[in-house]
Design a protein around this ligand. Structure first.
Ligand code: ZN
Length: 231
């Protein structure tokens, strides 16, 4: 079996993923009998410490947009799927971004968990930071989340999906267990936890339903991933 991690950003009626598409996505997952797991569960599964159901999914939202509260949260309450929002900690409370009161309400619902998407959201390939700079940025985001949510963040999502060995070693040093990329595919036992794969959901409404024909079958998904990487 393998775990599917989906990636979303904003959910709004003027964006690529509207509330209607989002709800349709969740219905498609339900129809295909997907179970939900937290990122902790997924870490334990890929490191061989936990079994998960045949079809498991986790939803992720990058950047911490305010419509994750106003649009995605009410819809998700009707489904039993776990989700993670990756916060850019310097942007919390800024225009269009979640503020701490909303974040606390979402976290206490048991649906959402909040993890780090860095403090400043740098473009790794062009800023060429030192390891020390990366570790500092990671620790600042960790500290801010801890101060506000009284929890230790363990999961990280690479800004723009950009990473290299330096970033991975900085994550380890800052005490993170996982790193989520934008490399497409499923996650199986033995997968490097610092290179978790995700599928970024697109429109139209039927996009995910069609893709689930591939992603619900690990064997077909592996072939698809290899072809996709070449084009
Ligand atoms: Zn981002």
């Amino acid at each position: 079996m393998s775990v599917l991690i989906l990636c979303y950003h904003t959910i709004n009626k003027n964006g690529k993923i509207t509330p209607e598409i989002f709800e349709e996505n969740l219905l498609s997952l339900k129809k295909k009998n997907y179970s939900s797991a937290t990122l902790d569960d997924i870490f334990n599964y890929i490191t061989g410490k936990k079994e998960l159901p045949e079809r498991t999914v986790h939803l992720t939202f990058d950047d911490g947009y305010r419509d994750n509260y106003s649009e995605a949260f009410p819809i998700l309450k009707n489904f039993n799927f776990k989700a993670t929002v990756f916060l850019i900690t310097s942007r919390v409370g800024m225009l269009g971004h979640l503020h701490w009161q909303q974040i606390k309400e979402m976290e206490s619902s048991g649906i959402f968990s909040f993890e780090s998407h860095s403090h400043t959201h740098p473009r790794h390939s062009t800023t060429q930071p030192t390891k020390e700079e990366l570790v500092n940025d990671l620790l600042v985001s960790k500290k801010i989340i801890k101060e506000n949510l009284k929890k230790e963040t363990k999961h990280f999502c690479y800004p723009y999906g950009e990473y290299d060995n330096l970033y991975v070693s900085a994550l380890k040093e800052a005490g993170f267990l996982t790193g989520l990329t934008l490399n497409i595919g499923l996650n199986s036992v033995g997968q490097n936890p610092y290179l978790l794969k995700r599928v970024e959901v697109r429109n139209p409404k039927t996009w995910l339903e069609n893709r689930l024909r591939i992603y619900s079958k690990p064997f077909i998904s592996n072939i698809y991933e290899k072809i996709y990487r070449k084009i």
